[in-house]
Design a protein around this ligand. Structure first.
Ligand SMILES: [Zn+2]
Length: 305
């Protein structure tokens, strides 16, 4: 009986010791504040132009400030056209994404999963976990999980499934785990159910909107063919490249919601925040590391002090 009690005490002490060292390890990694070096930002979209629309203007600002930005399209976009498809369309869209990345000064990766068929399955979750680890991400961006397009929804689910798991060494063990969970944030959308988008941070892109349109302009198959065709307006698109780039600018007017306007006022002040014409906004995911105000300003080093 006594021996058994002794063993029990030993187990308790050993367990406490393990917890203690784990706690110290967590504290040490939590204390690894990234210094003044470049930030590593990775954004995931379902299709080869999705990230451009939601974070292109902010990406240009990060890149111009010397930070590392990678956009990832989780599908190859091989369903996004009215008359082309399959491998030929995937190759075309991969080249368009590469050109958009070149224009923005960022890296652009297109994964080879079929467009319109994305499922929140383990294989793709592991692809995403590896990419986040390889980028040593400080910040991960992606869509929310309620959206009209199943590929968008499942990209959001896959990112939520990858959050935290990026820190678990036994998951996808061929790629070393991160020692701390990155901050995960959602792109802005207009869907209201089950909850509207809540902007935790908003960035003025008035100074980069033209560069963002240059990114759109690189996706010729989308902005001059597929999207106008979907809208029944293909005949309005000018044939001449310079004329269609001008036409594109007329199609994209800034619309800033009251909630995003309030976030702009918070970060830029009442006067400057009220004047912003184009913005991109982001909502903190509860499944990543929770940034405080200091860290938000470190991740988005664009605001007046
Ligand atoms: Zn899309």
């Amino acid at each position: 009986m006594a021996a058994r009690q002794l063993w029990f005490v030993f187990v308790i002490l050993a367990f406490a010791g393990a917890v203690g060292s784990g706690g110290r390890a967590a504290q040490a990694s939590g204390g690894q504040q990234a210094g003044p070096g470049p930030l590593n930002i990775i954004a995931f979209g379902a299709h080869p132009d999705d990230c451009d629309g939601r974070a292109g203007g902010t990406a240009v600002k990060w890149a111009a400030a010397g930070h590392r930005v990678r956009f990832v399209s989780v599908t190859n976009g091989d369903a996004g056209h009215q008359s082309q498809g399959g491998g030929a369309l995937a190759a075309r869209r991969r080249a368009e994404a590469k050109e958009a990345g070149r224009r923005a000064g960022i890296d652009y990766v297109v994964l080879d999963n079929h467009d319109g068929e994305l499922m929140p399955e383990l294989k793709v979750r592991e692809q995403i976990i590896r990419l986040i680890r390889q980028w040593n991400a400080d910040l991960v961006l992606g869509p929310r999980t309620n959206d009209y397009h199943p590929d968008h929804r499942y990209t959001g689910v896959l990112l939520q499934d990858a959050a935290f798991m990026v820190t678990v060494p036994n998951i996808a063990p061929d790629t070393p785990a991160l020692r701390r969970n990155p901050v995960f944030m959602f792109f802005e959308d207009n869907f209201q159910k089950p909850a509207p988008f809540t902007p935790d941070v908003a960035v003025s892109i008035d100074d980069t909107i033209s560069r963002k349109l240059d990114m759109f302009d690189a996706h010729v198959s989308q902005f001059y063919e597929w999207l106008p065709w979907l809208a029944g307006r293909l005949d309005e698109v000018p044939k001449d490249p310079a004329a269609r780039r001008q036409w594109l600018a007329t199609q994209r007017q800034g619309r800033i919601s009251p909630a995003v306007r309030a976030a702009l006022v918070k970060y830029y002040g009442a006067e400057a925040g009220a004047k912003v014409r184009y913005a991109e906004a982001f909502e903190i995911s509860e499944y990543g590391r929770r940034p405080d105000e200091t860290e938000i300003r470190r991740l988005f080093p664009f605001f007046p002090r």
